[in-house]
Design a protein around this ligand. Sequence first.
Ligand SMILES: [Zn+2]
Length: 486
Amino acid sequence: MRTEFRRGASLAAICTALGACLAARGAEGPAPFAVRPKEMQPGQGGYSLPADLQIRSTAKAKEKLWVLAEKLEGTSLSLRVVTIALAGVEAVAMGDVAVEARVLEVPPRPEGFVLEVSPKGFLVLGRDEQSIQWGLLCLREAMDVGRRFIPSCFVRDWPDVAWRGVHCRLPSQAQFKEFGRFVDEVLLPCRVNFAVIEVNYRMQFRSRREIEDPLAQPAEFCAELTSLLASRGMRAIPEFKSIGHQSSAARNHALLAAHPELDETPGLKFGDARLERRSWCPRHPSLPGLLFPLWSEIIKAFGCTHFHIGMDRVFLLAEEECPRCRRSSAWEILAAAIVQYHAFLRGKDNTVLMWGDRLLDASAHGYSRDEGSEMGTASAIAYLPRDIIICDWHAAVRAEYPSIAHFQREGFKILACPGPDPESVRSVWSCAQRARTPLFLGYMATTGVEFAALAEALFGTRSAPEAARAADALRLAARLAWQGKE
Ligand SMILES: [Zn+2]
């Protein structure tokens, strides 16, 4: 079948040709795929869908047939599935395609797939069910259900990096519909495979009812978000900001509101220039008994295997005012706290993620006090378990981000995390590509705004400029993480 495809044409020309082919058949817009495949060749004609679609699918691939079922909703086309067994590969086939006899090179990478459409039928091959999801999505994007037609094409594609994600705030129950649109209309077409969701105190805790946030959502709602993401092959990772971020400049957040005795600097009054955000005292003996039950509840609700402990921009640590910490260095207190939180989470079979800025020496790397530490906490890095995944975030646009190479040299797996701005996305990606080793896991877009503002920018009419930029940055970051380049 592959001899039917023209060879030697440039990828751009092929994209245009396939786009024109689809446009001529009434498809919307010239670009057939939300993410540009690495290898793509259009063919002659295409496959006309019968009214009764009989699909042959391997058992695992069957889990992903919702991708097609959704597209057929509201049409007269019906879908029947016959299970087939193939060794070492997952497959979905339809029409007169002898899938069992085909020899096609499936990309030897997780999530890679092959899609072939010809006048005889279509075939999606992959090594795992997630590969099949992306292959079927590609098929769905090319499919014109109104005309019951899929133009012939051959696509072989795989992600440039294994981790492709987004960081966002926990939505409210009232925003569930928008979150569903966010997942299906933004994250799915962009081939995202994980979401870090900032929870903090926004879950209704049962173990410590006095720790209460007015914006808290039921645990069942968090579980619902997780299963929605999981059904799309996306991992949900809750984030709980640790040590710092325990207040705004004007009021305490839930933990310190209920337990002011945990405050590292109770004498520091709101309105003081030194006070941006309060910290909990990592050495307070009551802290583990209060904190870990909350984390256990979050882990249970999200059913997670990865937990983000925050740890960005901690500015109050080893303060003179604190009788437990004042004789110690900030770095040793930080290291001991991270090791303790890591041990608890390992006990819950969770891998730890954290922001990397406190582990960087701001002056040595030329970073601002937000992106690196001016308190000597960078020395803590020597004492941390190497299975922690570092989220190296940088909002500023720079020529170089030395920390991306630094963390990998130190033996950490890392995610490069640009700020919510397309220019930051481009500059961080370009540097990350140059500094890449096998420890480079991938890319995580940050949004920096409440979910409501992001949803308004994505689906509404009155978006705030920063939310609109975040939405653009998110799409660009995801595209780069799959395509490897623009
Ligand atoms: Zn203290």
